[in-house]
Design a protein around this ligand. Structure first.
Ligand SMILES: [Zn+2]
Ligand SMILES: [Zn+2]
Length: 207
């Protein structure tokens, strides 16, 4: 799987284009643009690689992750995929057609070309937050960041749910690369070792 990162919007959201090198099928994850001009480098990248966009996928429904959904949907006529508990954010999005849609439930998957990402429901930051788990990578949205975790004090957030979700994440293979919703990429083993919210040697241990 090839992964290209674009940092977009005023909150510096990571928008990822994940693609299958064999078939050129691709998905766009969290195009949280603040300005339509921010789409141009992403469109150009997709055009240059002759990539075929199959889905727009949202790790959760916050504005800084979904604001460009309609723009990509208009250009590529593809479904927007999100967990049902965060789908209301898309319904409220101006210009988005919803349906067509794909509801991403826990245990489901997103397939494009020869690539598969499994859906891991990870509530806490929002009720419908998901992580997308591949063979070597995991997209963690605003659940897990390099050295941090997502806020749980927004409407629908839950510290209890966040704890359970983080437990699921640190149970993943240690060598998985972590692609978060904001900030630098990481690796599960490194987060387990040094993330203060996950490190059992820290006195502020999270669980
Ligand atoms: Zn968020
Ligand atoms: Zn965010």
């Amino acid at each position: 799987m090839h992964i290209e990162t674009f940092t977009v919007g005023m909150l510096s959201t990571n928008c990822y284009v994940a693609s299958s090198p064999e078939t050129k099928d691709a998905i766009v994850i969290d195009p949280g643009l603040d300005f339509s001009s921010e789409a141009k480098p992403i469109f150009d990248f997709l055009d240059a690689g002759k990539l075929k966009v199959k889905f727009i996928v949202n790790t959760h429904g916050h504005d800084d992750h979904i604001k460009g959904d309609a723009l990509f949907q208009q250009k590529y006529s593809v479904p927007i995929c999100i967990h049902p508990l965060d789908a209301h954010y898309i319904v409220a999005l101006e210009n988005a057609r919803f349906p067509p849609n794909v509801m991403l439930e826990n245990g489901g998957s997103v397939k494009f070309g020869s690539e598969t990402l499994k859906v891991l429901h990870a509530p806490g930051h929002t009720p419908g937050s998901i992580c997308l788990v591949g063979e070597k990578i995991v997209f963690t949205g605003d659940t897990l960041f390099a050295g941090g975790i997502g806020r749980t004090d927004f409407p629908g957030g839950s510290l209890t749910d966040m704890r359970a979700s983080l437990k699921k994440l640190i149970g993943l293979p240690l060598n998985l690369l972590v692609y978060p919703g904001h900030g630098e990429a990481s690796i599960i083993v490194e987060e387990k070792r040094s993330n203060p919210f996950l490190n059992s040697r820290n006195e502020n241990v999270f669980f």
